[in-house]
Design a protein. Sequence first.
Length: 312
Amino acid sequence: MKEKFIITASPHIKGRMNVRSMMRGVIYALIPAIAASIYFYRGRAIDLIVVSVLAALATEAIFQKVRHRKVTLLDGSALVTGLLLALVLPPSLPLGAAVLGAVIAIALGKQIFGGLGYNIFNPALVGRAFLLATFPVAMTTWTHPLSLDAVTTATPQGLWKFQGMATPLFKLFLGQVSGSLGESSAVALLLGGAYLFWKKYIDWRIPLAYFITVFVFGGITHLINPTKFAAPLFQVLVGGFLLGAIFMATDPVTTPLTKRGRWIFGFGSGIILIVIRLWGGLPEGVMYSILLMNMVVPLINRYTRTKPFGVR
């Protein structure tokens, strides 16, 4: 009796993880950072998060309807983009600018390339880059956390770079420092990152390579000139480094497919970040470091892919 074999298209072995479960995991991991931003900036944080998410969802639905594609809002990707964009915005940013940033993030950062899985840049960072170019003053105006009067202040990076004042490390770790919504508390971001690593939603190679590069080069420059260059632990706790390393640089769509390529991506991002922070005109460079490395991901994939067995 002949056995019957059913031949289907790959993959033949499927896991339980899919886009919806992964995005849901990222949302869970962002809860501590969202809670911290609401605690430090109260209603202003809620307003920015809500309008950013709603604008991202609306833009996603409109573009998919216009292109006669299935509306896939339930997969959570647009929701995650809206959340991440809100967390990299200053609390004092006008709500209209946040809406525009979310529209650009989805339209130019994602849908113009063909939708989820085809974009070459991180959509949330595309939205932030557009806003920084369009509203440079508003995007670099910071308010002190827990201040009901929206007192303007400088970020820890700005205080060090332009005034030589170092913020205590414990304050950076626990929170209550000026910056974007998601930069308020390092411990909140680390809790979210620990959840993503535990659930295996992200690969550890890029964050580790990013951390090692920033820490080592930050330590070397600090030893050479401690009065001009900040301590290495300060470099990894300050600004958007943890948010970028854990939630932005690990985006599976815009980062290398190979393990060796992920190491290269992390090292490259770290070098670009250190160069901008130490010698550039801006105090922060996480956004540029990730976007610039997104550009070379196809090249990294090409030269780090493994050869098939038996092929020279």
